[in-house]
Write a protein that binds this ligand. Structure first.
Ligand code: 13P
Length: 268
């Protein structure tokens, strides 16, 4: 690839969908529809029980990485129902979502737990994809910035500056998740800028990739990715069908970055 092109990430969060048989069937169809591209990173977050099957089915594609949707920060112990980082690594995961809004809001995960999980993932050598985002009432109350700064701040407190080289962030406004309402490209870009400023103020002077998530689909992915502040997308519903997901990736990877943007180049 030319070094002026950016390496976009297309991350599929299947949430509580696609058990082992469905994950294998997805992989078979998806592999038939797509070929490896060194210009893209394709990430899949299946339910934990499907990690091993999916990782095995996709192992010949160097552009694809499989991750967990959630992990515990302890490596083992009496935590019924929880899954540790060494376990997901053994199953084939090299990434993990941390602090997805459904974990925060449906399961009561705190900023402090998000920070512990992030630190544990880094210590174990897998990439944490840390999610932040405001709810509708926080947005309507004019508290978007405050919430994002608080969520990022908890992770900043827990990590050394250098550790951020291995972190990826996702901005997922809660009001946009599964609702069909996506943030406008400009709104998303503005929050990505805010996050970068916040990181910069804490001494993180190198670029940390930030994905956008929330009702991304084949119809809006290209316009979102015209924003140079977006390094990719994190997608739920529109990632569940292999043909539909291949279409989102194809359309998104055609997006032309606005010339005004200062997106940093990819070396290859
Ligand atoms: P949807 O794409 O279904 O809105 O979900 C977004 C999301 O939560 C991805 O993590």
């Amino acid at each position: 690839m030319k070094n002026t092109e950016r390496k976009l990430t297309f991350a599929a969060n299947w949430k509580m969908n696609h058990g082992v048989a469905e994950a294998r069937a997805f992989a078979e169809k998806f592999l038939a529809l797509t070929s490896s591209s060194d210009g893209l990173k394709l990430w899949f977050f299946p339910p934990a029980v499907s990690i091993a099957a999916l990782a095995a089915a996709l192992k010949n594609r160097p552009d694809i990485t499989v991750g967990a949707q959630n992990v515990h920060w302890e490596p083992r112990g009496a935590y019924t129902g929880a899954i540790s980082i060494p376990m997901v690594i053994e199953a084939g995961a090299r990434l993990t979502l941390v602090g997805h809004s459904e974990r925060r809001h449906l399961f009561g995960e705190t900023d402090e737990q998000v920070a512990r999980k992030t630190r544990a993932a880094l210590a174990a050598g897998i990439t944490p994809l840390v999610c932040v985002g405001e709810t509708l009432s926080e947005r309507d109350g004019g508290r978007t910035e405050q919430v994002i700064v608080r969520q990022i701040g908890a992770v900043l407190q827990a990590l050394e500056v250098e550790a951020w080289r291995e972190v990826v962030l996702a901005y997922e406004p809660v009001w946009a998740i599964g609702t069909g309402k996506n943030a406008t490209p400009d709104d998303a870009a503005q929050i990505h800028e805010l996050i970068r400023m916040e990181l910069g103020r804490s001494g993180v002077s190198f670029p940390v990739p930030i994905l956008y998530g929330g009702s991304v689909n084949a119809g809006n992915v290209a316009s979102l990715l015209t924003q140079p502040q977006l390094d990719g997308v994190l997608v739920g519903g529109a990632s569940l069908d292999p043909a539909g997901w291949a279409d989102v990736i194809a359309r998104g990877s055609q997006a032309k970055v606005r010339p005004s943007g200062g997106f940093d180049v990819v070396e290859s």
